[in-house]
Design a protein around this ligand. Sequence first.
Ligand SMILES: NC(=O)c1ccc[n+]([C@@H]2O[C@H](COP(=O)([O-])OP(=O)(O)OC[C@H]3O[C@@H](n4cnc5c(N)ncnc54)[C@H](OP(=O)(O)O)[C@@H]3O)[C@@H](O)[C@H]2O)c1
Length: 286
Amino acid sequence: MITGKTNVFGIIGDPVEHSLSPGMHNAAFNSIGLDHIYVPFKVKTEELEDAINGARAMGIRGLNVTIPHKTEVIKYLDYLDIAAGLIGAVNTIEFGENGAIGHNTDGVGAIRAIEDFTPVKEKKIMVLGAGGAARAIAFQLLLSEAESLVISNRTIEKAQELKDDLIEKLDQEVIITDLGIDLEKELEDTDILINTTPIGMYPHITHKPLVTADMMHKDLIVNDIVYNPLRTGLIMEAEKAGAKTISGIKMLMYQGIESFRIWTGIEPPIDVFQSALLKEMNLEKF
Ligand SMILES: NC(=O)c1ccc[n+]([C@@H]2O[C@H](COP(=O)([O-])OP(=O)(O)OC[C@H]3O[C@@H](n4cnc5c(N)ncnc54)[C@H](OP(=O)(O)O)[C@@H]3O)[C@@H](O)[C@H]2O)c1
């Protein structure tokens, strides 16, 4: 029951109608018996500042932030944690007595998803794409002591920008390639491949993946962060090559779990998050 004591959390973005986060967080709040509720709020770009000030004024306790506000929202916060400061984007806000703190759980969520299978420490990892998700994941991979990082992107200048930023802030060497022959060469001794491009995402599910089975080896671990559909073209190619696969739904789940932990101080039951996601997506397993 919602009362005057109920703590309000939510997600701001545009669009938010199809967000899977309310289902996950409300299920977890209920399962632990917390008097909390999580609500989606559609916020237009020109109303972002008002929305953050309104959230402060109304005593909202925490917000997730999604497209298109992850970078812009920083202007309206008081502090950033280390990851959010390095990445330059926020997906979780914690409102407390000292003000509004911005966090980024996308990178750490992606790494937790991979580390269900294998540690990233001392691995060679290739990231396809150099956009917002690639940025969060690349910074977190280097913070997690990945041995070497290859960023392969269609627009090489964008890969170069990300590389320059990684070197400037973390002082670590990064290899960049376009999508041609150098990508294939680097892939030969890569341990983990992460796709952060939208290729294969619904409704374009038949678009040819950037990496196909003939370019993969069987010890490769392939993580596609696209989760709609769960089995993307890239995941099917990895299966053909006998490689291990990780669905993007796990990153979504773990970034939510990390936000929950920031807001409540409690590590929520993973099975509750997982069942809530399955229910939202009408699936039996992932
Ligand atoms: N599982 C999760 O929790 C999770 C979290 C965040 C995002 N995602 C998914 O990740 C994907 C990317 O999100 P984002 O925010 O990083 O997007 P973004 O900032 O727009 O970046 C997209 C990247 O993909 C590349 N790309 C796009 N279309 C391409 C094509 N046809 N061929 C080759 N490269 C292409 C772009 O290359 P250029 O630089 O050449 O344009 C860019 O590097 C989306 O599908 C999103 O749904 C999943």
